[in-house]
Design a binder for this molecule. Sequence first.
Ligand code: AMP
Length: 237
Amino acid sequence: MYSHPKALVLLGPPGSGKGTQASRLSAALEIPAISTGEILRRECQSGSELAKELDRTLRSGQLVSDELMARVVESRLTKGDCKDGCILDGFPRTAEQAGFLDKLLSRLRMPSPVVFDFEVSAAEVIERLRRRRQCPTCGRIYTAENPAATATMLCRNDHAVLIPRADDQPSAIRERLRAHERNATGLVRYYRNRDYHRIAAALSPDQVTAQLYGLLGLSSIAPRTAERVGLWALAAG
Ligand code: AMP
């Protein structure tokens, strides 16, 4: 039985559902979901000089430098909980970062990643981000049915009042989409002859999960251990 650890990479524009699917896959496979955006948002709250600069970058929707991202990802992937694999949500975002990831995985004696590219139109992304709300306490993401009337939407976990993310404002959304478009072609070129799969991400979350499970050879009714075996079996192929 193939039993190497494996990194799964989720590519795609903001609002394409990577976070939702990363947490589902994380629960099913019992490997951590790592969102570089979440790591950076937490760092922004530290009050340091670097944090202030980082906060300005995130609010503007621009990308953080490849050098800083390399340090962030290296310090996360070398933690013990990644030894059985991990799910990367939001990294890599440039071909340079993809090159760095390959070198890091090889240093960690992990095979190259399985890549899922979430495809969804810019119009759909803008609509989804307009409706997105987040719990400021636990980070859980919600979709507002009626974005104009959500001042009192509460988190089901901890009852905090849900807020829009600082970078889900129209100008930052436009910049984030531009950043994605600038880098998407390079990333596809980098990965297309590898273990690379396109995902129709405009479908419902359950339909997207079904595509991922299908590609990974997972059964939605299988026990977790069997799901893990299914994942590693794909990795072997
Ligand atoms: P996300 O939560 O993935 O939408 O990321 C939020 C913001 O964090 C992005 O708009 C970037 O400013 C920054 N960020 C997250 N991941 C990366 C990355 N891999 N490279 C550069 N910037 C990133």
